[in-house]
Design a protein around this ligand. Structure first.
Ligand code: GDP
Ligand code: GDP
Length: 457
């Protein structure tokens, strides 16, 4: 199974131009042939050594009875449901149009992965448009020119993790020796709003990942058979966990037990990485007897750097005696070893007995919620004023750094942009002061928070 990328965006932003560049043949029609019926169009794309399927949605200017917005919406939704990743194109020359915001909303609700690109960005005339694209709340826009082939390296880099994963999926699902309960991607697409919450359970071998996943599955009676859960090759499982649809991503622990332990050891980090890239929430599963090993820390740190919500679950709690003493020590170790995940929920569970799984589920939902949180610009700026009054930024060489304005540029995880003078002179400690303050003031524990300082030029 190869990666499928949908190119979406309002008419004339350059979708077909990019499609043609990626596909290399004039498969999609461009705007010099008005009135030609167009709909979703598929081609085999190449970008460097990546091969993927690309869907073009440039079919919007046909005249029918339906409103443009209605057609645009339908077509986009169809493409989004077909794709693993959506490339959302805006026009950096014209700047944002109302339709762009409609798209952003559809994508936010419906797509699991969105890459935002500001096209026609060759030359300085596009600068303002590229910055404006931040306002869509979909992260940092890639600066590209479909016509001139600029920014293709950045596009490559943005697609790379997904292509890796899609390839791995092919490799993993190819030799199906057991009945695969869920073949990822084969299941009928769910309606947009019920998109399953994507969860990765990661941790060292023997932490109890398979036991945990089986327990979750078993209790919902989705599977039967003595060995259900540990004998499948699918890379992910879609489940209904106490009423919440979730997709749980495979890591080494879910894989065939026949594989030698040594190999599992080696695989578990890279498999963990792959799962982390797909997930919204990462559950770092630790063995209470040997918590916070190097490998656990690495994967938790990676999850933070990848911008995922993190829940730490301490497993095998049934084996512990002095529970409250132990818990206190674990909390301290956690704060100390993973300060970047400050406030992330720590849940004790027993995968074996099922104790604590309800709390784990609640923590996953809460973490997901925090990760998606949006704070209004008005509240942010009131808060910023208070923070600056309480503790003004430094004045390097006698010139005080002025924080002028701030806005939340994205969610999943929350990302903020602060407009200020001399952003390059701001010490890291002041950044931390702001990030920790944001966490407290707007109740965003555990989620990575991105803070970008920009000068207003
Ligand atoms: P679509 O409706 O989104 O598929 O847009 P098209 O691909 O048909 O492009 C619309 C117009 O924008 C065409 O005239 C393209 O030549 C032009 N265009 C596309 N990409 C670029 C670009 O990178 N730079 C500039 N300046 N124009 C572009
Ligand atoms: P994985 O490699 O992370 O998938 O770990 P497994 O699920 O295979 O579990 C490793 C071992 O730990 C197995 O012997 C499990 O029975 C045991 N185990 C897993 N969870 C628990 C638990 O909550 N309590 C106890 N006592 N043992 C557990």
């Amino acid at each position: 199974m190869t990666l499928t990328l949908a190119i979406v965006g309002r008419p004339n932003v350059g979708k077909s131009t990019l499609f043609n560049r990626l596909v290399g043949k004039r498969l999609a029609l461009v705007d010099d042939q008005p009135g030609v019926t167009r709909d979703l169009r598929e081609g085999e794309a190449r970008l460097g050594d990546l091969r993927f399927t690309v869907i073009d949605t440039a079919g919007l200017e046909e005249a029918t009875d339906e409103s443009l917005e209605g057609r645009m919406r339908k077509l986009t939704e169809r493409a989004v449901d077909m794709a693993d990743v959506c490339l959302f194109i805006v026009d950096a020359r014209t700047g944002l149009a109302p339709a762009d915001r409609v798209f952003a909303e559809i994508l936010r609700r419906r797509a699991s992965h969105v890459i935002l690109a500001a096209n026609k960005a060759e030359g300085a005339a596009a600068d303002a448009g590229v910055i404006e694209a931040w306002e869509l709340g979909l992260g940092e826009p890639l600066r590209i020119s479909a016509e001139h082939g600029e920014g293709m390296t950045d596009l490559y880099a943005a697609l790379m993790p997904f292509a890796d994963a899609a390839e791995a999926k092919t490799a993993e699902t190819a030799p199906v020796t057991d009945v695969a309960v869920d073949e990822d991607g084969e299941a009928p697409a769910l309606p947009g709003n019920d998109k399953p919450l994507q969860v990765a359970v990661v941790g060292r071998p023997n932490a109890g990942k398979s036991t945990l996943i089986n327990k979750i599955l078993g209790e919902d009676r989705l599977l039967t058979g003595p060995e259900a859960g540990i004998t499948r090759d699918a890379i992910s499982l879609q489940i209904d966990w106490a009423g919440t649809p979730m997709r749980i991503f495979d890591t080494a622990g879910m894989r065939k037990k026949a594989k030698v332990q040594e190999k599992l050891e080696k695989m578990s980090v890279s498999d963990g990485l792959r799962a982390v890239k797909f997930a919204e929430v990462v559950v770092v599963l630790l063995d209470a007897a040997i918590p916070f090993e190097q490998q656990d820390l690495r994967i938790a740190d990676l999850a933070e750097r990848e911008g995922r919500a993190v829940v730490v679950a301490i497993n095998k709690w049934d084996l512990e005696d002095e529970k409250s003493v132990k818990l206190k020590a674990l909390r301290e170790a956690f704060e100390h070893l993973l300060p970047q995940l400050r406030g992330a929920p720590l849940v004790t569970v027993s995968a074996k007995t099922g104790r604590g799984l309800d709390r784990l589920q609640a923590a996953i939902l809460k973490a997901h919620d925090v990760w998606n949180r949006r704070v209004s610009t008005a509240r942010l700026n009131r808060w910023l004023t208070g923070m600056v009054e309480a503790h003004p930024p430094p004045a390097p060489q006698g010139k005080r750094i002025k924080l002028r304005y701030m806005t939340q540029a994205k969610t999943r995880p929350p990302g903020f942009v602060v407009m200020c003078s001399h952003p390059e002179k701001m010490p890291e400690s002041y950044n931390r002061y702001l990030v920790n303050g944001l966490r407290e003031a707007f109740d965003m524990p555990g989620t990575p928070i991105r803070l970008t300082l920009r000068s207003q030029s």
